[in-house]
Design a protein around this ligand. Structure first.
Ligand code: 5GP
Ligand code: ZN
Length: 137
């Protein structure tokens, strides 16, 4: 994808601060960290969204995110880590090249997700949605 910013980073056409790389993956620092130390794990090859990413590569992305989380705890002294992966503009995705956010969290770091929990009208509504999903597994 010639106009994809993460492909350009993977191809070293534009600079990034790299934490780790191998033949398949690149881990680099997010330019706009939610919390300082925020890293992104991407495949070097362009895939998007998660549903079109090959299983073995997706497993490797997430296993690498786990390693980065451990490195944030051991190396940065993080007390916790958020691992996130957005798909589609409706989900807040800005760069359409699959990436896993690994965000170190510190007690009292002051960041609060806008986790605005809703309520179902009733139990049937929840069961109906579960049923619709089950039919497509
Ligand atoms: P999304 O919203 O797509 O899940 O996240 C995209 C992330 O990429 C954002 O957190 C944003 O700060 C980061 N980002 C966008 N452009 C660049 C860039 O050119 N370099 C780096 N290092 N990060 C970027
Ligand atoms: Zn790309």
């Amino acid at each position: 994808m010639s106009d994809c910013i993460f492909c350009k980073i993977a191809n070293k056409e534009i600079p990034a601060t790299v934490v780790f790389e191998d033949d398949d993956l690149l881990v680099f620092m997010d330019i706009g960290p939610i919390i300082k130390g925020h890293a992104l794990v991407i495949p070097k090859k362009h895939y998007d969204p998660v549903t079109k990413t090959p299983d073995d590569l997706l497993a490797k992305l997430h296993l690498t995110a786990k390693r980065i989380a451990q490195a944030q705890m051991n190396g940065l002294g993080a007390d916790g880590v958020n691992i996130m992966q957005n798909n589609g503009t409706a989900a807040g995705q800005e760069v359409p090249h699959i990436h896993v956010h690994v965000i170190p969290r510190f007690e009292g770091d002051g960041h609060h997700w806008n986790w605005n929990a809703k309520k179902y009208d009733d139990f049937d509504e929840m069961a109906e949605l579960a049923d619709k999903m089950r039919k497509h597994l």
